[in-house]
Ligand binder design. Structure first.
Ligand code: ADP
Ligand code: MG
Length: 705
């Protein structure tokens, strides 16, 4: 499928609707945005007028005059004053100072720059003025540097009574940003209504243009809140645009004819060989996938389940079905070590029943690699497991019918597409161990069908989890030493938390050194700045048991199966998202042996932090944990949602607007069901909406196969 924007959905407008041209003009088309200001404004907002119109004020200032004696340090305030005294600068480096007063007191206005003379002329001694700006108390007394406003009383209308405050950046003060935002708003046209009228009424949503205008002209603090009707309207628009893109992609894919793949006897034989029976959840996932594959439409499905829940084994069965029909499958993982583990899990059972499997990674070179490529191209090999090496240009398949991608969010869309494009209408199966709160599922993978493996294979012992303050680290290290002496293996996680990765890295190195002192030379270190090959080497040493303790700064690299590892120590556990902690904990407790997890925290813990760590002690259900985390923390970046593929919304907030997510999902499905080509009156308006938010292809492409 071509990745060109808009090409993915055949019915999408090829050209942008003319009505949106003013909003899609470059920001330099705004008055006062020249070569100096443009990069600053672009950093705050984005490259086009729309981005400036979508800037959100964060607070509100009332410019109601007060008496000088009521002035408060740090507040933006307004006063009616008389100019008493002007002290011109003696050199250009000095500011002009102007003493102003009212019956209750006085204040010094400070003006830097070379316009001193003009200021003195414009505001002569004895003149009455209304001034508004930030009050600052310093060693020179009470002052105001460069008032926002300074006007004669008869021109008081020039001072807005209420003023929204925008984000600012070095060299671009909030008030200029406001001017630009208001001008961008001016450029925003009335747009045809794309929302359902009954829904608008029910939610008391204003029209789009009105909602945007209200955003820039808040009347009360409540107007700034994401819960206000106009804000919710904008958030809903954004969510609908995205959900619609996802629903369209899903529908589009359903229309793609693809190879029919029937359940095979091979799978029965493979399963008979396995030393275990499938869990109910695994059975269900396999049945769902098989139904997709038998339907003759292109499959796009996600298997979601904790690490070790048995996703790969299910995928293996599906690949056996494909092979039985003479098709090929590719299983792609983000790191070499993960690829190798997958290979080790599936190659035995598959090859025992005549299904040839190869492992293809960046390490394959020369003649050996050429041999593998030949086997793939000829169709002699039916399953290729590997890394990025799988989608390189010179890799060709005889008949690729299924692409399985592990940890799909770690690959770019283009990368996944490069793999899929090696076959015709390739079925797509993703695997993810990231638990996403139910309410947010639609936003992250609304265009995939989901099979959940929410059940662990039997015989896993729950991981004994406890929290301990950092002050008890020596004790923890002592216990670790004993356990290691008894043959145990442990992960020790040092999070990246400070502003500087270098400082964090240093801390991890120091920790590894310290553990070497207490435990011995079998302590290894892995961190994000290492070359991939070096990481893989360290991981392999740990997996082989040559290292007994692995200190790690990164969460992701630890996504491997080391059944002998039974101890997980996490420093500054309070800084992690709960879902991440849960995933980390999932690295242990894989074997029969008793496992433990120690959550070290920097005391004192806030009440919320305490509750969060408590959840982990009480449950092992990843979905419940993710949901609770969202509730406890009220959403936001802290959840680590971005890392799991959560889109970068302008208005929509995953927590505050969670009720709107489900509604937008339903709405989108209805629209696509009734008017898949968006040809109706509302459909045409919806095309404008999608263009407005760039969701036509954006997320759809980002998160689907
Ligand atoms: P995931 O891909 O979800 O991390 P895997 O499919 O790799 O999980 O399975 C993890 C381990 O558990 C493998 O060693 C696998 O053989 C084993 N396993 C999978 N399913 C079961 C089951 N139903 N019962 C017991 N062990 C299982
Ligand atoms: Mg796995």
């Amino acid at each position: 499928m071509p990745a060109k924007k808009g090409a993915a959905v055949g019915y999408a407008a090829v050209m942008r609707p003319e009505i949106l041209f003013p909003l899609f003009a470059p920001i330099t088309s705004l008055k006062g945005v020249g070569p100096r200001v443009a990069p600053l404004l672009q950093r705050l907002a984005g490259p086009i007028v729309r981005d400036v119109a979508f800037l959100k004020p964060h607070s509100l200032v009332r410019r109601t005059p007060a008496s000088l004696s009521a002035g408060l340090d740090g507040q933006i305030m307004t006063f009616e004053v008389t100019v008493d005294e002007i002290q011109k600068p003696r050199s250009s480096a000095q500011p002009l100072r102007m003493r102003v007063s009212d019956p209750s007191g006085f204040l010094t206005l400070v003006f830097f720059g070379r316009f001193g003379d003009q200021i003195a002329t414009r505001h002569p001694i004895g003149a009455k003025r209304i001034i508004s700006g930030k009050v600052e108390d310093d060693k020179f007394g009470r002052q105001m540097v460069h008032p926002d406003y300074m006007v004669a009383p008869e021109k008081r209308d020039e001072i807005p009574e209420l003023e929204a405050i925008y984000p600012a950046t070095e060299g671009l003060p909030a008030r200029r940003v406001r001017t630009f935002a208001l001008e961008a708003l001016e450029r925003a046209p009335e747009l045809p209504e794309w929302q359902d009228p009954a829904w608008l009424k029910q939610e008391r949503f204003p029209a789009w243009r009105e909602a945007l205008a209200r955003l820039h002209a808040p009347q009360t603090e409540a107007d700034l809140a994401p819960t206000s009707p106009h804000y919710r309207r904008l958030a809903y628009d954004e969510l609908l645009a995205q959900q619609l893109a996802m629903a369209q992609r899903k529908a589009e894919r359903r229309r793609d004819p693809a190879a029919r793949i029937a359940p095979s006897d091979t799978v029965q034989k493979i399963r008979a060989d396995l030393p275990f029976a499938f869990t109910n959840a695994q059975e269900r996932a396999l049945t769902e996938i098989r139904a997709d594959l038998a339907a003759g439409e292109r499959m796009s499905r996600l298997i979601q389940g904790d690490v070790g829940s048995g996703k790969t084994v299910v995928a293996m069965c599906v690949m056996a079905d494909v092979a039985a029909g003479a098709g090929q499958s590719a299983l792609m993982a983000p790191t070499e070590i993960l690829a190798r583990q997958h290979y080790e899990t599936i190659s035995g059972p598959l090859s025992a029943h005549g299904v040839g499997v190869i492992l293809l990674t960046g390490r394959d070179k020369g003649a050996a690699r050429a041999e593998k490529l030949r086997a793939l191209a000829s169709g002699g090999v039916k399953v290729a497991v590997g890394t990025h090496a799988l989608f390189q240009d010179d890799v060709a398949f005889h008949q690729l019918q299924l692409a399985v991608v592990d940890e799909q969010h770690r690959f770019g869309v283009a990368e996944r597409q490069r793999l899929q494009s090696k076959g015709w209408a390739t079925h797509f199966l993703a695997m993810s161990a990231t638990p996403i709160p139910r309410t947010l599922e639609l936003t992250v993978y609304g265009d995939l069908d989901v099979s959940k493996i929410d059940e662990k294979p039997p015989g896993r012992t729950p991981v004994a989890t406890r929290a301990a303050p950092m002050t008890r680290i020596t004790e923890v290290e002592g216990r670790l030493r004993e356990a290691v002496a008894g043959g145990a293996q442990a992960f020790w996680i040092c999070p990246l938390v400070s502003e500087s990765e270098l400082i964090d890295l240093k801390a991890a190195e120091t920790r590894a050194e310290e553990l070497k002192q207490t435990i011995g030379p079998s302590v290894g270190l892995i961190h994000g700045k290492m070359a991939p090959a070096a990481k893989d080497t360290v991981m392999a040493e740990f997996a082989d048991g040559r290292l007994s303790v692995l200190v790690a700064t990164t969460v992701v690299e630890v996504g491997v199966n080391v059944p002998n590892a039974t101890i997980m120590v996490i420093e500054q556990a309070e800084r992690f998202g709960l879902a991440q902690l849960h995933q980390l904990r999932g690295r242990v407790g894989r074997g029969r042996r008793e496992s433990s997890c120690v959550l070290l925290y920097d005391p004192p813990l806030s009440e919320t932090a305490q509750k969060r760590l408590d959840i982990l002690r009480r449950t092992d259900d990843g979905f419940l944990i993710a949901e609770t985390d969202l509730e406890l923390r009220g959403g936001g970046d802290a959840l680590g949602l971005k890392q799991s593929g959560f889109p970068d919304y302008v208005f929509a907030d995953p927590f505050t607007h969670r009720d709107l997510i489900a509604a937008a999902g339903d709405d989108a499905r209805l629209i696509v069901g009734r008017d898949s080509d968006l040809k109706s009156e509302r459909g045409k308006a919806l095309q404008v909406l999608q263009e407005l938010f760039d969701w036509k292809a954006g997320l759809g492409l980002r998160d689907a196969g």
